[in-house]
Design a protein around this ligand. Structure first.
Ligand code: ZN
Ligand code: ZN
Length: 307
């Protein structure tokens, strides 16, 4: 008999690898669930520590919509949408009496000051199929490993609160242009100007130091793309900060450049644009991608002419 412990993932399969194996298209590697249609197949990422072993059954209880509800104030919109998508996939499979594939995650989950951050260190597709069963006494669906719904299984309809999921379009990065074999990105000088106007009293948005006066009477500050254009960043005021020359160098070359990027996103940009959490979450994802990806890090250093 399979024990829960034996399901603890020991390898890190990529989302791409798993979706390819199941023949499901991968919308975004950051999504928590994947389905090409309501008829499946469905793939869900589920944390190992959410799973329960009891009376010879291994199952998990879907609480993602509840999580979304509880964290509506602190979680970013994209996380809320992903959590709701998990619940809606499970509900679909439940009503249609379909199995779901489960990729089991293990890693680090911690509650940050502003939001929960999770990083899957291991991810492994479980070979067995899982099936959504009637909600238990607690009113929630149980998804049980390797236990198909009984023949007389009738989904009940007295379930689930209404979940209207807000979705907003995801902005596209600017097109790359080739000029003399060198990739360049179009920039709008109005963006930099607007960001410099945004800097309060001409002060660096990181350290607060006042820039020196330039010959035309402005305070000197440099515009910096938090996610560089050559790493998929946007030429958009929500991705640009106005900072002093010292901090600009630090943002590119400092040993703490990755942490600095996180601070610029959440302590500067998000403060300026508090309603743009989904945009900030996208920056945040790209930021972590840069931290993880050494070639992006090299690009970041090469990008010192970014101003
Ligand atoms: Zn500064
Ligand atoms: Zn820069």
């Amino acid at each position: 008999m399979t024990t829960l412990e034996s399901l603890k993932p020991t390898r890190k399969q990529t989302v791409k690898e798993i979706t390819e194996r199941l023949g499901i298209s991968m919308s975004s590697q950051y999504d928590w669930c994947f389905s090409d249609s309501n008829d499946g197949p469905h793939l869900l990422n589920i944390w190992y520590d959410h799973m329960i072993e009891e009376n010879g059954e291994i199952y998990f209880i879907d609480n993602s919509a509840e999580w979304a509800d509880q964290n509506r104030k602190t979680a970013v919109t994209v996380q809320i949408n992903r959590a709701n998508a998990v619940t809606s996939t499970i509900q679909t499979a439940y009503y249609k009496k379909q199995p779901v594939h489960i990729a089991i995650l293990d890693g680090v989950r911690k509650m940050g000051s502003r939001r929960e951050t999770s990083e899957a260190h291991q991810r492994e597709l479980d070979d067995a199929l899982w099936y959504p069963h009637h909600k238990g006494n607690d009113g929630r669906i149980r998804v049980i490993r390797g236990k198909p719904q009984p023949d007389d299984f009738e989904p009940t309809t007295d379930l689930f609160p209404d979940q209207s999921v807000e979705t907003r379009p995801i902005p596209q990065p600017p097109a790359k242009l080739e000029r003399n074999g060198v990739a360049t990105f179009p920039r709008d000088s109005e963006v930099i100007k607007a960001v410099k106007r945004r800097a309060i009293e001409g002060r660096c948005e990181i350290c607060g130091k006042e820039g020196f006066r330039t010959s035309n009477g402005d305070f000197y500050l440099e515009g910096h793309h938090v996610i560089p254009l050559n790493c998929g960043g946007l030429d958009d005021i929500r991705n640009v900060v106005a900072i002093c020359a010292d901090d600009h160098r630090r943002a590119h070359f400092g040993e703490d450049r990755h942490e600095l990027r996180d601070r610029m996103i959440w302590d500067i940009l998000h403060v300026h644009y508090p309603n743009e959490t989904i945009f900030m979450e996208l920056l945040d994802e790209k930021s972590h991608e840069i931290t993880r990806n050494s070639s992006s890090v090299r690009m970041l250093e090469d990008n010192k002419t970014d101003s």
